[in-house]
Design a protein around this ligand. Sequence first.
Ligand code: PHB
Length: 391
Amino acid sequence: MTFTLPRRAALAALATLAAWQPALAQDNVFKIGLVLPMTGQQATTGRQVEAAARLYMAQHGDTVAGKKVQLIVKDDTSLPDQTRRLAQELIVNDKVNVLAGMGITPSAMAVAPLATQSKTPLVVMAAATSSITEASPYIVRSSFTLPQVSVALADWAPKNGIKTVVTLVSDYGPGIDAEKFFNQRLTFNGGKVTESLRVPLRNPDFAPFLQKVRDLKPDALFVFVPSGAGAAVMKQFVERGMDKAGIKLIATGDVTDDDQLNDMGDGALGVVTSHHYSAAHPSELNKKFVDAFQKANKNLRPNFMAVGGYDGMRVIYEALKASKGQGGGDALLAAMKGQIFESPRGPVFIDAQTRDIVQNVYLRKVERKDGQLYNVEFDVIKDVKDPGKTK
Ligand code: PHB
């Protein structure tokens, strides 16, 4: 069959358009590659962050500045080699506009050079070692840092009869940060860390360490373990009769994690922690957040990981709006810096210099409220910057 010239031209135009359309559709999509541990030891972090990110999208719509926001979730099983491989695929094959998630510090560190090379903003929603934001100028953090939350507890302890402390931390970045900053501040306040114990991150057995603490008999045991491991520490602390032996448990809020707290039993009552988020934070915004999160997730209580995911999405959405949907990595990054907003945790600020989050740190005590265990806030230190930053 032969075509007349105008028909042939029309067909050619159609073919061009057909080839064009996917590209156009692609241009109108804004992709967020969310890499999280969805299985394995840190699975609760993945579950919390993903649920919160989806809640944010459900509440704020998936069209922002004319772009359709697409969330691509990948499970790195908390193995940093996997995080790096998945992030690479997301950058090269999916051409994501933003990377996000990062359940543990080694994952964030593994992806940092890729963010730098590809000029892709990386929103760290969970990992909390101080130095992460220094690993790439493209990293912005919506979670917290261990130095930020540990110092408050080292101020509280000596004023409350605690002079000698043994520290027990997971033996990697955030644990070492918590150990160092708690120790420095307690010493400055006239207290003393009599022993510093470190447990492996993977499959820790707390029993021999707790036995050692019992023998040392400090006024208190200070603990940091990552989200998900707190219930095991609490259980063994009580089983070994540490509380009865007169040793108080104090910790970062990672230990009395809202994801697990309600199942920890009465042994957790009275434990004092410092942290940036409690599901019991008494603000209107937080009540709405907790209700909506629980409704969407079979009554699961949001923890501090969820709030990191929720606020991280806010940072991304507002950056997309501010750059009018046009921006590449650098424009997005610029619009992420300096954001100030009210989070379910309280007022927060993304420091433009450090790209880290400035936020309130609360002292809390585990109490029973309406039949459930909560971290009830009793004091606040306002607008705390990460004290771990070297510059
Ligand atoms: C981390 O690996 O940076 C991390 C993980 C879980 C936490 C805190 C820090 O609860």
